[in-house]
Design a protein around this ligand. Structure first.
Ligand code: RTP
Length: 155
């Protein structure tokens, strides 16, 4: 447990079409920035059906799968790669429960959403899936390795 808490991971966070349409892009990015994670990839993207199906392939047998694919491809999404210690689990906490009515106030879904089928944001559920999903949604050149400049006035 201690090792996993210190592990630097990457996670794939996506602002879903409803989040973009409702003008929540800045608000959602801001929550991950303020927490202290490092942004390593960012783009606005119209997702093709095939990619949505690949991303959600584990849910392909669910009755809501067709409507989920329709939702995710209904307008542009914002694709993000975030890096940091424990970022996968921490991002899931910041995002809140899948059903926004069960998500705690203070979480993204708890504060900003009502319906499971319009829950504004996605976050990878494991470090392995974080890497897999970043590979799926980004080209290699779109993910940037960088070191934040030191800010001596803050020390
Ligand atoms: P996500 O992958 O989007 O971060 O969501 P999650 O892990 O919290 O939830 P998951 O069970 O993986 O479901 C993926 C997305 O499918 C939609 N969904 N609809 N109508 C329904 O019953 C239902 N259940 C899930 C949601 O958009 C959910 O985020």
């Amino acid at each position: 447990l201690v090792a996993s808490l210190e592990q630097v991971d990457v996670t794939y966070i996506m602002i879903k079409p409803d989040g973009v349409q409702r003008g929540l892009v800045g608000e959602i990015i801001s929550r991950f920035e303020k927490k202290g994670f490092k942004l390593t990839g960012l783009k606005l993207f119209q997702c093709p059906k095939e990619l949505a199906e690949e991303h959600y392939k584990d849910l392909s047998s669910k009755s809501f799968f067709p409507s989920l694919i329709e939702y995710i491809t209904s307008g542009p999404v914002v694709c993000m790669a975030w890096e940091g210690v424990g970022v996968v689990a921490s991002a899931r906490k910041l995002i809140g429960a899948t059903n926004p009515l069960q998500a705690e106030p203070g979480t993204i879904r708890g504060d900003l959403a009502v319906q499971t089928g319009r829950n504004v944001v996605h976050g990878s559920d494991s470090p392995e899936n974080g890497k897999r999903e970043i590979g799926l949604w980004f080209n290699e050149v779109e993910v940037i390795e960088w070191t934040p400049a030191q800010a001596p006035w803050l020390m």
